[in-house]
Design a protein around this ligand. Structure first.
Ligand code: TRP
Ligand code: ZN
Length: 895
């Protein structure tokens, strides 16, 4: 299909649209082998556009049946149709353009545009899906009011939905019916949605702060009606929270959510009609883990919050994606923190940042939160745009304080309601409302890479003076050799023998707003700075980057004793967790060295002693204890190693395993006691208390199972008697990871037989097997591809099996013989033709070759093989090309 290489587009080339839309009328005729789309577009030339500028409409894969202008059929010499769109020469200043096109949703395996998921029609239009439905000005800065009529067979598709309010519905001849929807809020095409199917719903109501009643519905297949309550509860909590915390009220009379099984991402915030991957909305105690419940809550909130941060105020162009995504992730994270344990939630976010985002920022795909050039926009729905973008908003919140931040968000929404704007507009609103100069803060939007903070200190006992010397630097990233300093809020405290010390920062007024004088935020804005504290009576241990106040790496040179002190006694929950992780990391790295030098493995008793202390301390939230005693993951350890010698996955795996087993042996008493103490008998609820207890209990179970065969009995018993999926799956994991072959095969068979009717549960069964450390996991994964429950066309299944194997099973993916890479190459080759968005997500682990010493050639060989595939999609092309391009200078540098 494609002859030349795809080209990049640049932020600097942005131009205002030449034509604008006054209204959009769409009429869909849905049939079993094709769909007809009739559009009536009321268009107007924009003021500063040349009179003779042609009209250009996007369109891909459309069959044009008819086109007319102001009621007259357009003669052939007035327009041109290409692979990418429709150009109409010499149009008047204001006119009506009518088009009829034929499309084939049944053959749309890319799940982009209008497609069929099982028996239902649905749409996904972000970012460029609408142009696969009809010819259109498919860019987010062109907004219009939509009126949509859907016509379909009434018995197959009794439910017909689109954005906004239902205006009419009636039966027509031939057993068909139709419905007309009107959305009064002007919107860009990416927020359009249509659904037609045999759907059932649960309904609830919400009264907004101004007293309007909103009808809330969740539409699902009949069999799933019992799995909607948690999503509905989450929706109502989100609506209330957004009123209370951001002053944002919902604006339509109805809010609909639809669950679909085949979906490329998590969910989509279409105006008034959110469409969800069924894995992100359905849950029940029997089928869904606690993590699953939390995921549903935060994704429902995320999509709901987009109604303001995304829909009422949208993006001018796709380079500004983080304007809506970073802000909305920050909002959903704050919401989740308010709904449960804030520190635990923060720990989970930091794990994602440090493991995935830092790796992205250090690799060939590194890009600023606001990218400057893009080949395929779908490749930029990244952890950098989403999660790092959210960190920028969080830093603004920290720097301005909650009140000024709220004034800033109020001003942003008020100033830009109904507009398509930029990250710059967001920062300017924050600046104007707070009176704070944010010129230098903007570097966070334009510079890629993870800054490194190097901190050194001095203590002068006689003068009672303690000085912190802080240096910031940022490694080069593709296209950005050197960087300007960032503005970095460094939240900190000083820990003494008996607790946190009062802070007296030289040359600074005490902050009247904070009653607590043991914590402060140092604002870094130069390459090198020093901060002097007076009246410091003893040599403190610095408690740095509290709450992870900035997305940076920190180098201080803590001793193990410092880390032990911080994890045991610091005031800040995040620092306590972080110090426990750092201590465990040190100990694992010691063991790595011992393994490499073929020395006897000795696990520092400081660690096992610390873990015993944590397990016995009933004053700490059990969920926090679980987070603290969970060893850092293999991917995080590999990311750390990549900054020094490069990771050896086998050594990392063996060292982590050895430390885990030693903890199990030396703490078995406390582990057993905790396991039994936390047994619950109330009925399941996804409440913070219950989730915390299950989380620690199952963490203990894993330790007990990993080293000591006798305790596998506990897992076997829990597997048989568990009354919820959290406990059942945790037990199955222990049996499958640490049990004997016969035990694990029996448990897996049993689980499959019990749950074969529920695809979401079976996906967890696929994932568990893909993550297995023992046995020939690759052979098992290849076999599972042929299992009757597997389906390559369903993204959830592909992710459950393939992405879990390549992303969460480093030892098997990085096999020395390269078979893991070969397997991923095969999968990408298989999927690129049918679903390029999915294929390009799959290819990512191969692009991280620079982290894996001794494996880079094998990984790049697969990238080269993929690069040569005929008709490679722009999605996969972009990632493969950037990854291979980065190879040359890296090699040159190391020789
Ligand atoms: N805007 C969606 C969100 O809430 C992301 C999304 C959903 C998406 N489906 C997509 C992005 C398909 C690109 C393609 O974050
Ligand atoms: Zn989003």
């Amino acid at each position: 299909m494609r002859s030349a290489n795809p080209v990049a587009i640049y932020l600097k080339d942005y131009q205002l649209p030449s034509y604008l839309l006054e209204s959009t009328d769409l009429h869909f005729e849905l049939y079993e082998d094709y769909t007809l789309v009739h559009s009536r577009l009321q268009l107007r030339r924009s003021e500063d556009c040349a009179v003779d500028a042609p009209l250009w409409l996007h369109g891909e894969g459309l069959e044009l049946l008819a086109v007319s202008l102001d009621g007259e059929t357009l003669p052939l010499d007035r327009y041109t149709v290409t692979d990418e769109g429709l150009e109409v020469a010499s149009v008047p200043e204001r006119f009506l353009l009518e088009c009829s096109t034929r499309i084939l949703p049944q053959e749309n395996t890319a799940l982009d545009g209008l497609y069929k998921s099982r028996s239902m029609f649905c749409t996904q239009c972000e970012a460029h899906g609408f142009r696969k439905i009809t010819y259109y000005l498919d860019r987010p800065d062109v907004m219009s009011v939509f009126t949509v009529t859907i016509e379909a067979d009434k018995s197959r598709y009794p439910v017909l939905l689109s954005n906004g309010n239902l205006k009419a519905c009636d039966d027509i001849e031939g057993g068909r019916h139709r419905a007309t929807w009107h959305d009064p809020f002007p919107k860009p095409a990416y927020l359009f949605a249509l659904v037609a199917g045999d759907l059932h719903f649960i309904e609830d109501a919400f009264r907004t702060c101004s007293g309007r009643d909103v009808c809330l519905r969740i539409y699902v297949e009949q069999k799933d009606l019992g799995k909607c309550d948690h999503a509905m509860r989450s929706l109502k909590h989100s609506m209330r929270w957004d009123e209370e915390v951001y002053g944002r009220e919902y604006d339509l009379d109805i809010f609909n959510i639809v669950a679909v099984d085949d979906f490329n991402m998590g969910a989509m915030e279409n105006k008034g009609l959110n469409i969800f991957n069924s894995s992100c909305v359905l849950c029940s105690p029997e089928t869904t883990t606690d993590q699953g419940f939390q995921r549903v809550e935060s994704i429902v909130a995320h999509e709901y919050f987009h109604n303001w941060s995304g829909n009422r105020v949208t993006c001018r162009d796709w380079f500004q994606l983080s304007l809506k995504e970073g802000f909305t992730v920050f909002r959903d994270a704050s919401f989740s923190a308010d709904m449960g344990s804030a520190t635990v939630r923060r720990v989970e976010e930091v794990n994602v940042l440090r493991t995935s985002q830092f790796a992205e920022d250090a690799g060939p795909m590194a890009h600023p939160v606001r990218p400057e050039s893009v080949i395929e926009i779908n490749n930029f729905y990244t952890v950098t745009v989403y999660e790092k973008g959210a960190e920028l908003v969080r830093m603004l919140h920290t720097l301005l304080g909650p009140e000024a931040f709220r004034r800033g968000s109020d001003l942003y929404f008020e100033r830009h309601d109904g507009q398509a704007v930029t990250c710059e507009d967001f920062v300017r609103a924050m600046e104007d409302a707070s009176g704070t100069d944010l010129v230098q803060f903007r570097n966070w939007y334009s510079q890629a890479g993870t800054p490194l903070l190097t901190v050194r200190d001095e203590y002068d006992a006689d003068a009672g003076r303690y000085t912190l010397h802080v240096t910031q630097s940022c490694p080069p990233t593709p296209g950005q050799a050197s960087k300007q300093p960032f503005v970095i809020p460094l939240a900190m405290g000083l820990l003494g023998e008996a607790g946190n010390l009062p802070l007296h920062l030289a040359n600074a007024e005490p902050d009247p707003d904070t009653a607590d004088n043991t914590r402060c935020v140092l604002v870094l804005d130069q390459a090198q700075q020093s901060f002097v504290f007076e009246q410091v009576k003893e040599k403190p241990v610095p408690s740095l980057l509290r709450g992870f106040s900035a997305p940076v790496r920190l180098d201080y040179g803590f001793t193990k004793a410092d880390l032990y002190a911080l994890m045991s006694r610091d005031d800040d929950g995040f620092v306590r967790w972080d110090s426990a992780q750092a201590l465990a990391t040190r100990v694992i790295q010691d063991v790595e060295k011992q393994i490499q030098g073929s020395a006897t493995v000795v696990v520092d008793p400081m660690l096992t002693g610390a873990w015993r202390g944590l397990l016995s301390d009933e004053s700490i939230d059990p969920a926090m204890v679980a987070e603290m005693i969970t060893l850092p993951g293999e991917n995080y350890l590999a990311e750390l190693a990549s900054h020094t010698a490069g990771a050896n996955v086998d050594t990392i795996h063996n060292a982590r395993w050895a430390v885990q087993a030693e903890i199990a042996r030396t703490c078995s008493g406390q582990l057993l006691e905790t396991y039994h103490r936390l047994a619950q008998d109330e009925p399941y609820a996804p409440s913070a208390d219950q989730v915390a207890a299950r989380s620690l209990r199952n963490t203990c179970l894993e330790y007990l199972g990993c080293a000591l065969g006798v305790h596998l009995e506990l897992a076997l018993e829990q597997f048989d008697t568990a009354s919820n999926m959290t406990d059942r799956l945790a037990a199955l994991r222990v049996i499958v990871f640490y049990g004997e072959e016969a035990q694990r095969e029996r448990a897996l068979d049993q689980f499959y037989r019990d749950w074969r009717h529920d695809t979401l549960v079976i996906n967890q069964w696929f994932s568990l097997q893909a993550a297995m450390p023992l046995g020939d996991t690759l052979a098992r994964v290849r076999e599972l591809l042929l299992h009757p429950a597997f389906d390559l066309r369903n993204p959830n299944k592909v992710r459950a099996l393939v992405s879990v194997f390549t992303g969460q099973n480093p030892v098997h993916f990085h096999r020395v013989d390269g078979q893991g890479y070969q397997f991923l190459g095969d999968m990408v080759a298989k999927l690129d033709g049918s679903n390029p968005q999915l294929a390009s997500r799959l290819v990512v682990p191969l692009t991280k070759w620079h982290n894996y010493r001794g494996r880079a050639d094998l990984m790049c060989a697969q990238l080269e093989r993929i690069a040569l595939l005929p008709d490679l999609s722009p999605d996969v092309f972009e990632l493969v090309k950037k990854s291979l391009d980065a190879r040359e200078p890296a090699q040159a540098g190391s020789r």
